[in-house]
Structures are given as structure tokens and as C-alpha cells.
Design a protein around this ligand. Structure first.
Ligand code: ATP
Ligand code: MG
Length: 423
């Protein structure tokens, strides 16, 4: 048995700290009523029922959780029987999704065991049921491994997560070096949660982030891409960019950005952080920001720098040149992360329209056919973040010749109109 496996089995024998209701701040008022229904139903049928993960963390931090996940000792088939409005998902590890009104989903998982300690290969299957202690030990960060027990409203803490939460620490559960090697996506998760909470990575966790960041390329691209999007749209993208730069994680993900954002005092990175902080503000105000927009903003300062090496003619010709160039340059910059084709395509479309402002000629207006395109409003959003007045181009000036031509054609046709008086 490896030393980490010994460590894990020893820990799983440990008793958790139980923090009774009067000594913690989680109130049932802060918990989604449907999540409470799920917890109560499991409990009333004799099962353990814990609220787990980000839901517990965020309520303890006084924040509104994005989702509420439940863990139980009931097996998936038993959970399924209790909730008719549910379905089983997952091949590797079966989860139950319980559906509620308004598309709300509460995910219920059976306590899992960390299979990884028995296996030194990266990303081996993890599909065995376990005890609550084992379930806590398989989680990524201590602040994400706290349980709220509906039976007595206590917090169950196997990993000293509450102390870390109070002290503002991001610490890996168990041996950071082993855990991050086992699943390098945890590197991203550590950086995200540090950026989001403003907490400090503990020295061993920080070291493991630096050590294992290069292993991100071993993870399935879809996981990395999804986690990165969560970083960019999680409300703390600017802080994330800085921390991802400091730790080098940004350049493990996107080596293409290193020449631009890598230098310590890079004005380009400062600009990218400023643009992303605008996204953070918009999200905080409850606005929706499309993924394509966020993607453009992350790369924009680098893209502008690259564009300086190009020569774009002013006006119409330059706009086409720009749009064509962006179609190559943006995918090249973002290539190391396999962003979804649909999002990348949309990003190229909207970035392409920025040429209407940056390469504008006097008196020029937006052709109507461009304004009519489905992605024009998204392009206006992007322009807003970039301080480019794309909408103004639509309001002012004359068109680039097309309108004049059309007007002339229309005037010629008029006498042929049946309702027109005979000339
Ligand atoms: P968010 O607020 O962004 O949803 P979260 O912590 O809830 O944050 P999820 O991706 O929803 O993140 O995951 C739920 C929980 O599952 C986490 O809190 C953590 O305990 C556990 N978890 C997720 N990913 C991993 C991982 N790669 N390794 C170990 N545990 C993980
Ligand atoms: Mg979550």
C-alpha cells in the first residue's frame, strides 16, 4: 500500500469534527427549498442526507450558492425510487438528478471512495461507493469538503475545512502533490477558488499548482475547456487572470499568450484584466455575457498587438481584410484550449465586426445587412466592453455606397408602380 493510501485509510477512520447548529452560520433559510425537500425525504427514509460541496461553502461565506448538491448513503437505485421526477446520469459514477419546477435540478450522489490512492495512474476510474469520510477525502479542496447534516443541522468536517474557511486558506484535501497529479484539473479548481474568494493558497497547495500545471494537457480537453469557461464567467475573471499568470497556469493552458501577457509588468495583461473586470461587473449586475464575448476579451489585447504587424486599408477594404485576418488569428491564439467550434465561430464573427469602428472612414455607416445579422447585438456587447461605439456606427452617417445605389434603383422603378398616376 502506498504512503498516500495508508494516509487515506488512516484518515477515513478519523472522527469528524461535528459543529452543532448554534456554532455555525448555516440556516435553513439559506438553503434552496427543493434541496431541503430532497434532504428531508432521504432522511425520513432512514438514509444519511448531507448538503455538500459549493453549496455549504458559499452559505458559510454568506454568498448565494450556484447550486445545491446532496450526498447520501442511499444507492442510486434507492434514490431513484424515492424521487419519481428524477433520472440517472453518468457512466463512470452514477448520479441522480432530481427535477423541480423552472428547470431546477438537485444532484444526489452516493458517498464515493477515492479510488485514486490505490492507483498511481493519472485519471483512473473512480466509481466505488464509500463512507462519508471517504467522500470528504476524495474532494478537491478542504473548503469544498464540508457537509451539512440535515438530521441535526450540524456541519460535519473531516478535513479542517471550517478552520481554512475562517482563515481564508485554499488547501488541497490530503497530499496536494498526489491529488493534483491524480487529477490535474484540481490545479484549475484551486486557482479558481482562490481568485473567487480572495483566499490564499497554502504553500504546499501553491507548490503543487506550480508543479502540476503542465499536466493539464493530459486531461480531457472538454473538462479543461469547461473549467476555464467557469473561471472566465465565474465573476472573478480579472483576479483569476492575475493568479493564473502568477502561478503560470495561464501559460500551461494557453502558451500562445505568454509572449504578450507573460512579462511581469505587461500592459497587455493589465488591459486584459481590465476588460475581464468589466465582465465581472456585468455579471454582478445580473447581466448575461455570452461566452464568445468573454473569449474575445481574454485575447483582445494580444490580438490588437498582433494586428499592429498587419496593414489594413482604411474603409471597406480594410474591414474585410480585418475580418478575414481575425478568422485566422483568434483561433490560432486560442488553439491550445479546444473551445467549442460554435463559440469560436461566433467569437470570430463578432470580432470581425469591430473593424467597422477601428477602421472607420468619415461618413460611413453600417450596412443594413450587417445590422440584420443574428450576431450583431452580441457584437454590440463586445464593442461596449471595448469602448467601441458599434451602435453609433449604425445610427450615424451614410452607408458605404450600397444605400445610394439602392435609392437610385428605387427612384427609377417608381413610375412603373400601378398605383402611381400616369405620367
Ligand atoms: P461552483 O460554485 O463553481 O459550482 P463547486 O465547488 O460547487 O463550485 P462543482 O464543480 O459544482 O464545484 O463541484 C461540486 C463539488 O464536487 C466540489 O465542491 C468538490 O467537493 C467536488 N469536486 C468537483 N470537482 C472535483 C475534482 N476534480 N476533484 C475532487 N473533487 C471535486
Ligand atoms: Mg457547484
Amino acid at each position: 500500500m502506498s504512503s498516500s493510501a495508508v494516509q487515506a485509510s488512516e484518515k477515513s477512520l478519523l472522527q469528524p469534527s461535528i459543529i452543532p447548529r448554534p456554532e455555525h452560520s448555516i440556516s435553513r433559510k439559506d438553503i434552496d427549498s427543493d434541496a431541503l425537500k430532497v434532504l428531508y425525504r432521504l432522511h425520513s427514509h432512514g438514509y444519511l442526507a448531507y448538503l455538500v460541496g459549493g453549496g455549504v461553502r458559499d452559505v458559510l461565506l454568506g454568498r448565494k450558492p450556484k447550486d445545491f448538491d446532496v450526498a447520501t448513503d442511499a444507492r442510486p437505485s434507492e434514490v431513484r425510487k424515492l424521487f419519481r421526477n428524477s433520472r440517472v446520469i453518468g457512466k463512470r459514477f452514477r448520479l441522480i438528478q432530481v427535477f423541480f419546477r423552472g428547470g431546477k435540478i438537485i444532484e444526489v450522489s452516493t458517498f464515493r471512495r477515492p479510488a485514486e490512492e490505490d492507483n498511481s495512474e493519472v485519471l483512473s476510474d473512480n466509481n466505488t461507493f464509500g463512507t462519508p469520510a471517504e467522500d470528504a477525502l476524495r474532494r478537491d479542496l478542504t473548503i469544498n469538503a464540508l457537509f451539512y447534516n440535515i438530521a441535526d443541522y450540524s456541519v460535519v468536517d473531516y478535513v479542517d475545512g471550517l478552520a481554512d474557511l475562517k482563515a481564508g486558506r485554499i488547501r488541497a484535501v490530503g497530499n496536494a502533490d498526489v491529488r493534483f497529479h491524480r487529477d490535474p484539473v484540481r490545479v484549475l479548481r484551486a486557482v479558481r477558488h482562490a481568485a473567487r474568494t480572495g483566499f490564499t493558497l497554502t504553500p504546499d497547495t501553491l507548490e503543487a499548482v506550480r508543479e502540476h500545471r503542465s499536466e493539464l494537457c493530459l486531461c480531457p480537453t472538454s473538462r479543461v475547456r469547461d473549467e476555464l469557461m467557469r473561471d472566465l464567467k465565474g465573476g472573478a475573471a480579472a483576479a483569476w487572470l492575475e493568479l493564473a499568470h502568477d502561478t503560470g497556469v495561464l501559460y500551461s493552458l494557453l502558451p500562445t499568450l505568454e509572449p504578450y501577457y507573460g512579462p511581469q509588468d505587461s500592459p497587455l495583461r493589465a488591459r486584459a484584466a481590465q476588460l475581464l473586470s468589466r465582465v465581472d461587473q456585468a455579471l454582478a449586475q445580473g447581466k448575461d455575457v455570452e461566452e464568445a464575448v468573454v473569449l474575445c476579451l481574454l485575447f483582445w489585447p494580444a490580438l490588437e498587438m498582433l494586428a499592429e504587424e498587419q496593414e489594413f486599408a482604411p474603409g471597406r477594404q480594410g474591414r474585410s481584410q480585418w475580418a478575414l485576418w481575425v478568422r485566422d488569428a483568434l483561433p490560432e491564439l486560442s488553439e491550445p484550449v479546444a473551445f467549442a467550434k460554435r463559440i469560436l465561430e461566433r467569437a470570430c464573427q463578432i470580432a470581425g465586426l469591430m473593424g467597422f469602428v477601428t477602421l472607420a472612414t468619415p461618413g460611413q455607416a453600417m450596412p443594413k445587412k450587417v445590422v440584420a445579422r443574428g450576431y450583431y447585438p452580441v457584437a454590440c456587447d463586445l464593442a461596449g466592453f471595448l469602448d467601441l461605439d458599434l451602435e453609433g456606427m449604425n445610427r450615424s452617417g451614410t452607408d458605404n455606397g450600397t444605400t445610394k445605389r439602392r435609392r437610385r434603383r428605387r427612384r427609377r422603378r417608381k413610375p412603373r408602380n400601378k398605383s402611381a398616376p400616369p405620367s
